[in-house]
Design a protein around this ligand. Structure first.
Ligand SMILES: CC(=O)SCCNC(=O)CCNC(=O)[C@H](O)C(C)(C)COP(=O)(O)OP(=O)(O)OC[C@H]1O[C@@H](n2cnc3c(N)ncnc32)[C@H](O)[C@@H]1OP(=O)(O)O
Ligand SMILES: O=C([O-])CC(=O)C(=O)O
Length: 382
């Protein structure tokens, strides 16, 4: 019986643990990874430096970064046996379905399979972080009837991903834009997928089980899946002048606008500020301005309509402007959430390592609201 306990729907504002990885200040719209403001990191670090930061609690020096990049490069290729199985996935699988199953089967082939030491788990974290982008790109090529490409050393996570998708080494602008997006998405405290990962590994099961839970959780449209729905909304709107009518129509029907609202932020999500600027700059650089303009109109229309209902705290979240950014970078729409995973793997693995480092089973209670005192009626009399 837990009927005498307080509970909050959706665990809103419930504190479920301590962590040194990430601080989300929803009131002021600030986000900190291990002490550093997200804007400082987005401007002055690469994704790999952030991976090191999240795993170690401090930024790397040059030698440490060189070493991490070498380890990531050495581990980017998908194990041959895993790739053979991935090639046999059903053509109907969505990229997130396929990624979830692919991450799960990576666990079979990890050379440290069965070793749960800290050192082995850190090596597993490197391997899965290195391979997740290779898998996403391979899934895209396989469905187009093309052979997956071999990763290239020295391109980094962002550059490799774009290269593995298209077969062409990306220019510096595209690589930098994706790299910054990866920095911005890398961690966010106890969001649903990270929490799922922590709950999973808190039973002392393996790291790949934690990441598999996380990928499955990220896929939902209330979480990482929203970036795909933002793009679908922009495509449905078609031209900036139609944005207001479509948004008002959706709200009148009681539908939610994808990419708007957040469980923690009451002020504007700081990542949306950076991604908006990036979306604007890419639009200007490529001349493909329509997606940014439409995003602006959707945001304005949602803001006005929601404010009229007294809902002034529902603003653009990280998924909102990432959609137009990824689209202009040439990434297919249904890969937007997998790209989120290519970044969030850094946070998931950091939280998994932190959980292993100071573990206690995570097991909350529920208030029972079902019937009591029933007596079983024999099956033929029911
Ligand atoms: C990486 C991420 O996970 S960021 C979030 C990505 N998800 C999305 O963008 C999907 C759209 N947004 C949402 O569904 C929500 O804002 C969430 C899931 C992010 C947060 O959900 P919660 O904190 O549980 O808020 P909840 O869904 O209860 O909404 C509270 C109120 O705001 C309204 N609301 C919340 N988001 C939106 C939205 N995007 N559009 C319109 N109304 C909204 C709800 O309808 C509800 O109204 P009510 O009180 O009149 O019933
Ligand atoms: O924190 C959350 O609830 C959702 C999330 O993952 C993010 O905003 O990056």
């Amino acid at each position: 019986m837990a009927d005498d306990k307080e509970f909050t729907e959706g665990l809103e504002d419930v504190v479920a643990g301590k962590s040194a990885i990430c601080d989300v200040n929803g009131k002021d719209g600030k986000l900190i990874y291990s002490g550093y403001d997200i804007h400082d990191l987005a401007q002055h670090t690469t994704f790999e430096e952030v991976v090191y930061l999240l795993w170690n609690g401090r930024l790397p020096n040059r030698d440490e970064l060189t070493e991490l990049n070498a380890q990531l490069d050495a581990n980017r290729a998908i194990p041959a046996e895993a790739l053979e199985l991935i090639k046999r996935f059903p053509k109907t699988a969505t990229p997130m379905d396929a990624l979830r199953t692919a991450v799960s089967l990576l666990g079979f082939y990890d050379p440290d399979h069965g070793d749960e030491s800290i050192e082995a788990n850190r090596r597993k974290a490197i391997r899965v972080t290195a391979q997740i982008g290779t898998i996403v790109a391979a899934l895209d090529r396989l469905r187009k009837g093309e052979e997956p490409l071999e990763p290239k050393a020295g391109l980094g996570t962002a550059g490799n991903f774009l290269y593995l998708l298209s077969g062409v080494e990306p220019n510096a602008t595209a690589t930098k834009a994706l790299d910054v997006a990866l920095v911005l998405h890398a961690d966010h405290e106890l969001n649903a997928s990270t929490f799922a990962a922590r709950v999973t590994v808190a039973t002392l099961t393996d790291l790949y089980s934690g990441v598999t839970s996380a990928v499955g959780t990220l896929a939902g449209p209330l979480h990482g899946g929203a970036n795909i729905n933002v793009m679908h909304l922009l495509e449905k709107i078609g031209t900036p002048d139609k944005a207001e009518a479509v948004v008002s129509g959706m709200l009148a029907e009681g539908k939610k606008i994808p990419g708007i609202g957040h469980r923690v932020y009451r002020a504007l999500d700081p990542r949306a500020v950076s991604l908006r600027e990036m979306s604007k700059q890419l639009a200007e650089a490529t001349g493909e301005t329509k997606w940014f303009e439409m995003s602006e109109k959707v945001q304005e229309a949602a803001d006005a309509a929601l404010a009229a209902k007294g809902k002034t705290t529902l603003k653009a979240n990280v998924d909102f402007y990432s959609a137009s950014v990824y689209h202009v970078l040439g990434i297919p729409t249904d890969l937007f959430t997998p790209v989120f995973a290519v970044s969030r793997i850094a946070g998931w693995t950091a939280h998994i390592l932190e959980q292993y480092g100071n573990n206690r089973l995570i097991r909350p209670r529920a208030i029972y609201i079902g019937p009591r005192d029933l007596t079983v009626v024999p099956i033929d009399q029911r």
